[in-house]
Design a protein around this ligand. Structure first.
Ligand SMILES: *Cc1c(COP(=O)(O)O)cnc(C)c1O
Length: 490
């Protein structure tokens, strides 16, 4: 299958590219993104066939339907990484939390957040393409705290790949920071910047578009790619777990095959929700996708009013920092799917030039047929964490907690919901400790201990071990110095 471009073709880039090309150079004409030319139609037969399949079998068959230009043994090696998740026989457990609400836990991988679901296999795929082509790649990652650790983990010591990971100094939890700054593989560089996540992401986008930077890299025989979810190589692995989660509900006799469900997704860059949208288009029975946000509620406003308005909006820091995003990259792929490339280009140009776009009434209706949305404040989120722990004996992180509000405000109670849990409690322990016990401003290590005691949960060894590891990545710089610092590293 080939990949086409969300903003049309500029006559410089190829009209369509292979999967490998789309993941090696993820920015398309006019700054657009790559999307599949058409999605495979799986239908109910596919669901029936995989009712009793393992995650890996399901994944391999779904990927095969995409007919991508990646050798089967590479795909198999990539999927084998799910064996190292907590339960090799089921890397994504789905748990009933209360009547009609099921939580799909996407955080059982090595860095304890859902980014591992896609980045683990993505690392194998990208490195093997680079080796095959005898090319060297620099992977840029901008992180608010979860992508960075997952990208470093997947690429460490892999051939033909180096990683430069940008994070906002002071903008992550202790655990997230330690997961990055204690990585000591030679092909990894971690750079803290004075600024917020959007500064890191803007720097990344600027470097990806900069010809000057790319020619400086070329002199070192290095090409550039990105590990953020603008890269379709991540999105493809994020379709699978939506199908798996649905089949889990069938296996648990919670629904019958063919019954529609809500997918409720805590969203930032919209990669997770986009995976659900593609799964739906490929035949998964979905009633609607519900987008959950925090106080940075730009997606709620878009879906409720049709307006994407950045004009008087600055990112605010919240208790669910992985969703502190206003420029939500993957919305563009939805616009393309619903309205085509000409309109997408127009809307995205308006966003770039005027910090604003507005859908017309007909377009808004189309969007609302697929999506609904609500946002949850930090205080509400903490109340949900406490209530769900006390009443339903289920502990969730502050990102997952944003789904609890929209579960109440957006769902028809006759229809079951799959809500996605995107992080383990260990990654955001100070907020959770505050929600459960009222303790304030605890360091992660103390918060972990108090949650562990209150909830009778063990701190996983990979988290506990972080506090004794040596800090090897000490670079913290002004954002203007990023380019220089990366060139020095190469
Ligand atoms: C990345 C992340 C999100 C947002 O996911 P998107 O695919 O960017 O919408 C939500 N929660 C956590 C914990 C994350 O790490």
């Amino acid at each position: 299958m080939n990949f086409i471009q969300t903003r049309g073709n500029d006559a410089n880039k190829a009209q369509s590219v292979t999967f490998s090309q789309a993941i090696l150079a993820p920015i398309a004409s006019f700054g657009g993104l790559y999307v599949p030319q058409e999605l495979p139609d799986l239908g109910e037969a596919f669901l029936q066939k995989h009712l009793n399949s393992s995650y890996k079998t399901l994944a391999a068959d779904m990927l095969a339907r995409f007919e991508i230009d990646i050798a089967q043994e590479v795909i198999d090696e990539a999927l084998d990484l799910y064996d190292a998740f907590d339960d090799a026989s089921n890397p994504v457990p789905v748990v009933k939390v209360k009547e009609n609400l099921y939580v799909s836990e996407l955080y059982h991988g090595p860095t304890r957040a859902f980014k591992d679901m896609a980045l683990q296999p993505f690392g194998v795929v990208l490195s093997s393409i680079a080796q095959q082509r005898k090319e060297n790649y620099l992977i840029l990652a901008a992180t608010s705290g979860d992508t960075g650790p997952a990208a470093l983990e997947t690429f460490k010591n892999r051939e033909n790949v180096q990683v430069a990971c940008l994070y906002p100094d002071g903008g992550t939890s202790d655990v997230q920071r330690l997961q990055m700054v204690t990585e000591d593989a030679k092909n990894l560089k971690v750079i803290g910047i004075h600024g917020v996540f959007d500064d890191a992401q803007n720097a990344l986008k600027r470097l990806l578009a900069s010809e000057e930077f790319q020619s400086a890299l070329k002199e070192k025989n290095v090409s550039l790619s990105a590990a953020n979810s603008v890269n379709f190589g991540r999105i493809i692995f994020q379709i699978i777990y939506h199908i798996h989660s649905y089949l889990e509900l069938v296996r648990q006799n919670a629904i019958s095959l063919g019954e529609k469900v809500y997918l409720n997704v805590p969203s930032g860059n919209f990669g997770n929700a986009l995976g659900g949208y593609y799964a739906w288009k490929m035949g998964l029975p979905v009633e609607k996708i519900i987008i959950s946000s925090n106080e940075n509620n730009i997606l709620t406003k878009l879906i409720k009013t049709g307006k994407y308005d950045l004009r008087d909006n600055a990112v605010v820091g919240t208790t669910s920092p992985a969703m502190d995003i206003l420029k939500s990259s993957n919305v563009e792929r939805i616009l393309f799917d619903l309205f085509g490339d000409v309109r997408t280009k127009e809307l995205m140009q308006s966003l770039e030039e005027n910090n604003f776009y507005e859908l017309n009434a007909e377009e808004l209706t189309q969007l609302q047929e697929k999506f609904d949305a609500d946002f949850c404040t930090g205080a509400e989120g903490k109340a949900y964490i406490k209530a769900t722990f006390e009443n339903d004996a289920y502990l969730m992180d502050p990102h997952t907690a944003t789904c609890m509000k929209s579960f109440e405000t957006c769902s028809n109670p006759a229809i079951k919901t799959i809500a996605y849990s995107t992080a383990e409690w260990t990654k955001f322990s100070p907020v959770i400790a505050n929600a459960l016990t009222g303790e304030k401003d605890a360091h992660d290590i103390d918060a972990l201990k108090s949650i562990s005691a209150v909830a009778n949960l063990e701190i996983p060894s990979m988290i506990q071990g972080l506090f004794d590891k040596e800090v090897t990545q000490k670079t913290i710089i002004e954002k203007e110095k990023i380019e220089q610092e990366i060139l020095k590293f190469l």
